[in-house]
Design a protein around this ligand. Structure first.
Ligand code: UN1
Length: 498
């Protein structure tokens, strides 16, 4: 453990405390005696300062050629590569997930940077012929201005990178409010950008809590784009606030992701995938596999084998490379996990593994919970419908592919889904009929790559996608350009009707 540091907001290239002087602590969820640092507990006045700085930097950044913007992003990714281990360790300390996974989180930011740096030389628009002679036309992307970004704690560097890099490559400037549980990883990420040569004011950080700092950011009239990742409940509120001012908005919210296991599946593959999908990141991914929808003829074997495997998961401090699963992020999240374990029991589901907090010895200093499996879960039980965001998976037996897909789709969310089968016909039916933004075949519901669109249907989102080139649509607007070189007035075809 090292001494806690004092971190400041980043506004217009200067590190400054909150105007109120208030701070909050960032503690390690695996060992709450370990304080990483104190961060500004920002309010509306700090947000206003940051938005003003972003607004002041906008014109120059907008007019910086996109390939030059891309070069800075490219260099930032190279710096992240050099600092990967250091930043991964910081992230494990503040977020709890094991080092192998925090290295992956930094890697996802690196990948996103290299991908978006390349967009600096593409940002393709469209040219198309005119109805009229001697007339040229095309459409181009335009930036919007200041983007207000609100990011979650479960992917503390990857998700900021999904938002910041595309915002920048399109020519926008940024104010980010990172999750109060994991601000350090955003600081580390932005430090890489600064060291890569990002001009002052182009990215600003305001740390703090949703009501005090997040809400003023969403409401600020100079913020033209809002991108939010978090709970569906808060996302709806953000959406209402944005509607008042018709702001551009991207929402990425909950999931209740199913893995369908058919009777012809390769069970060795299924077991490995189910354990990783359900308990990787302590189940704290919006893509986590939280429902196993299994054909009745193989469900008993599936459960006993997943149970045997999950029992051996080594739970503990993620800085110890022997451990495979870390804690919940905080007391409240652990409380949610415990609450749903109680609900599952009350609803009559059968608890076959785990179900309790780990408290003995060193565990007592953190928010650890056992990997937990419920079987004989009915499709409409709350543990089968509601997002738990913890190491809890529900097994739901079904009798056919048709029923499996029906159960899979019968939730308020639609982020990710998967099917394990060796039958190509089943696989294609599932790819067509699973109503989620992401579908995997013979792989768990986690592990999306940054160059494909990421996002979901129904309660998961508002139709926007992160990742892929599709993300550029959040951070740019289309402008259509018509150039008449005929030397005369040419009325449009509709105005020339015979
Ligand atoms: C999230 O679950 O919040 O697809 C993000 C994945 C990761 C990103 C997950 N690439 O599992």
């Amino acid at each position: 453990m090292s001494d806690p540091k004092t971190y400041q907001n980043l506004i217009g290239g200067e590190w400054v405390p909150a105007r109120s002087g208030k701070t909050f602590e960032n503690r390690n969820p695996a060992d709450t005696r370990d304080v990483l640092g104190t961060f500004p507990h920002s309010g509306a006045d700090d947000v206003a300062d940051a938005v003003a700085a972003a607004q002041a930097a906008y014109n120059k950044w907008r007019l910086t050629p996109a390939p030059k913007r891309g070069e800075i992003i490219f260099r930032a990714s190279q710096i992240l590569q050099q600092r990967k281990e250091e930043y991964a360790r910081d992230m494990t300390r503040e977020m709890g997930k094991v080092l192998a996974e925090t290295r992956g989180d930094v890697q996802e930011a690196i990948d996103m940077g290299f991908f978006m740096a390349g967009e600096g030389r593409r940002l393709y628009g469209v040219t198309t012929p005119s109805e009229l002679p001697n007339k040229f036309q095309m459409s181009v992307r335009q930036p919007l201005g200041v983007c207000g970004l609100i990011t979650p704690w479960n992917f503390p560097m990857a998700i900021p990178s999904w938002k910041i890099f595309p915002a920048l490559i399109c020519g926008n400037t940024v104010v980010i409010k990172p999750a109060e549980d994991t601000p350090l990883s955003t600081y580390n990420f932005v430090q890489a950008l600064i060291d890569a040569g990002l001009p002052p004011g182009v990215v600003n950080i305001v740390s703090g809590y949703g009501p005090e700092a997040g809400e003023p950011l969403v409401k600020h009239p100079d913020v033209k784009v809002v991108s939010f990742t978090g709970s569906t409940q808060v996302g709806k509120h953000v959406s209402q606030l944005c509607a008042e001012q018709l702001k551009h908005l991207s929402l990425e919210m909950g999931g209740k992701n199913p893995m369908i296991v058919m009777d012809d599946a390769d069970l060795d593959l299924v077991i490995a995938g189910a354990v990783w999908g359900a308990f990787g990141t302590t189940g704290q991914r919006c893509t986590a596999t939280s429902r196993l929808i299994a054909h009745r003829s193989i469900v008993d074997e599936l459960v006993s084998r997943v149970q045997a495997e999950a029992k051996n998961i080594r739970v503990g401090n993620g800085l110890d490379e022997n451990n495979q699963m870390g804690p919940s992020i905080n007391e409240q999240q652990l409380g949610t996990v415990q609450k749903y374990v109680g609900i599952g029991k009350e609803e009559g589901a059968e608890l076959v593994l785990g179900g309790a907090r780990l408290e003995d010895g060193d565990y007592g200093h953190g928010y650890f919970h056992q990997p937990t499996i419920f079987t004989n879960v009915k499709r409409d039980m709350r543990i089968a419908q509601e997002e738990i965001f913890g190491p809890v998976v529900s097994v739901i037996p079904v009798d056919s592919l048709e029923e499996a897909i029906d159960v899979a789709n019968d939730v308020p969310y639609g982020l990710s889904s998967s099917i394990y089968t060796r039958n190509v016909n089943n696989a294609f039916v599932a790819m067509r009929d699973l109503y989620t933004g992401i579908v995997y075949v013979n792989a768990p519901t986690i592990g999306a790559e940054i160059h494909l669109p990421f996002g979901g249907t129904k309660g998961t989102g508002n139709g926007k996608r992160e990742g892929g080139t599709q993300v550029l649509d959040t951070y740019s607007e289309w402008k259509s350009l018509y150039i008449d070189y005929s030397g005369g007035l040419q009325r449009a075809q509709i105005d020339n009707a015979e």
